[in-house]
Design a protein around this ligand. Structure first.
Ligand SMILES: [Zn+2]
Length: 376
């Protein structure tokens, strides 16, 4: 069972990754006078650490991970791709063709550290020491597919962590992905398998590149062969907020994970469903993320003897990400931190969500996934 501390797996090397600047996440344009730093900037994770150090100092422990080895990475990724990524970064990196994904000379090493952090978090969960493991990964991982980088991701941290859990003796792993983007890389890694359940709720952004991101994240992508039914996609409409995410878990995520009954719950914890995130149009606040933290803690307690590990994915409004992630930690720890002493609360919680629209989309998801799961 979980106690009242968080173990954050972190290494400063993950700050050294920096994608190329441009017009927001895109290449430079003559219409923009000064290039903007890429939205995957190091302040994202620095601010999460700063929030933890101020809001939950007595409840936070840091551990330094080991880099994932080549063999561990190749449980998920093809060796040709890993060769390419290593030499691309060794040559200085740059933008990958016409995508929004780019690297520098530190990216491969940082990505190995991030994957190692996710693996260490999974091992800690299996060891049942009571503390909640949180891998504060950068770069993120859930868009990285076995054969390519995508969506600011290079190595699929949560997939590599799931494989590590299976290698350590777990029989089944449930991955819950609440990042506002579809975890297409994770889906791809386990699409034909039933030993890893993948549940992703995300904005309905569809495919964003024919070569690097062909997956749609649609209801219809349910897995193949032995994996049929074990990929569960739930597209959400723009404006989905705290209430919508709560209903999503009550109606879809919780019953499916309970029915699957995994040995370990892994969470792709991207807080870019946050209101004001520049990479999405959803409206979750610190309070909503607190509920998400509660939901996954309870799910792990009910199904996996409390074995739970979280892996950082996206979140790009660099101030709000720390408030949203504080909400996650508060939910995990079943406590609420009084922030007034620091002069601010969630600074973006001021828009109402379109509840009828959200409910109608969730009705469609429930109806679709009833083919495989006992949903109401
Ligand atoms: Zn995302």
């Amino acid at each position: 069972m979980i106690d009242d501390t968080i173990t954050v797996f972190w290494h400063d090397r993950m700050l050294d990754h920096e994608p190329p600047a441009g017009t927001y996440k895109y290449p430079s344009s003559p219409m923009i006078a000064d290039d903007e730093r890429h939205p995957d900037r190091r302040e994202r994770v620095k601010n999460i650490k700063a929030m933890l150090d101020h809001a939950l100092p007595e409840a936070t422990e840091y551990e330094s991970p080991e880099r994932a080895t080549r063999d561990e990475i190749e449980r998920v990724h093809d060796s040709e791709y890993v060769d390419w990524l290593e030499s691309f970064c060794a040559d200085g990196g740059g933008r990958i063709e016409d995508t929004t994904t780019g690297a520098n000379e530190a990216t491969f090493d940082a990505a190995r550290m991030a994957a190692g952090a996710a693996m260490a978090a999974a091992r800690t969960a299996l060891d049942d020491d009571g503390s909640v493991p949180y891998a504060l990964c950068r770069p993120s991982g859930h868009h990285a597919q076995p054969t390519c980088a995508d969506g600011f991701c290079f190595l699929n941290n949560v997939a590599i962590a799931a494989e590590e859990a299976l290698a350590q003796g777990a029989d089944s792993v449930a991955i819950v992905d609440w990042d506002v983007h579809h975890g297409n890389g994770t889906q791809e890694a386990f699409y034909d398998r039933d030993d890893v359940l993948f549940v992703s709720a995300h904005a309905d952004h569809g495919s964003w590149h024919p070569e690097y991101h062909p997956q749609e994240g649609s209801l219809e992508e349910v897995g193949t062969g032995a994996g049929e039914g074990y990929t569960v996609n739930v597209p959400l409409p723009p404006g989905t907020g705290d209430r919508g995410y709560d209903v999503l878990f009550e109606r879809v995520v919780n019953p499916i994970v309970r029915e699957y009954d995994p040995d370990l719950v892994l969470v792709s914890a991207g807080q870019d469903a946050g209101a004001a995130d520049p990479n999405a149009r959803n409206l979750a606040t610190r309070d909503g993320f607190l509920r998400l933290g509660e939901h996954v803690r309870h799910l792990a307690d009910e199904t996996a003897d409390g074995r739970l590990a979280l892996v950082q994915e996206g979140g790009y409004q660099q101030s709000h990400l720390s408030f949203a992630t504080l909400g996650v930690f508060e939910g995990l720890l079943d406590r609420r931190v009084e922030l007034e002493q620091y002069g601010t609360d969630d600074p973006f919680a001021w828009l109402e969500e379109p509840t009828e629209l959200v409910d109608s989309w969730l009705d469609k998801a429930v109806e679709h996934h009833q083919e495989y799961w006992d949903l109401e």
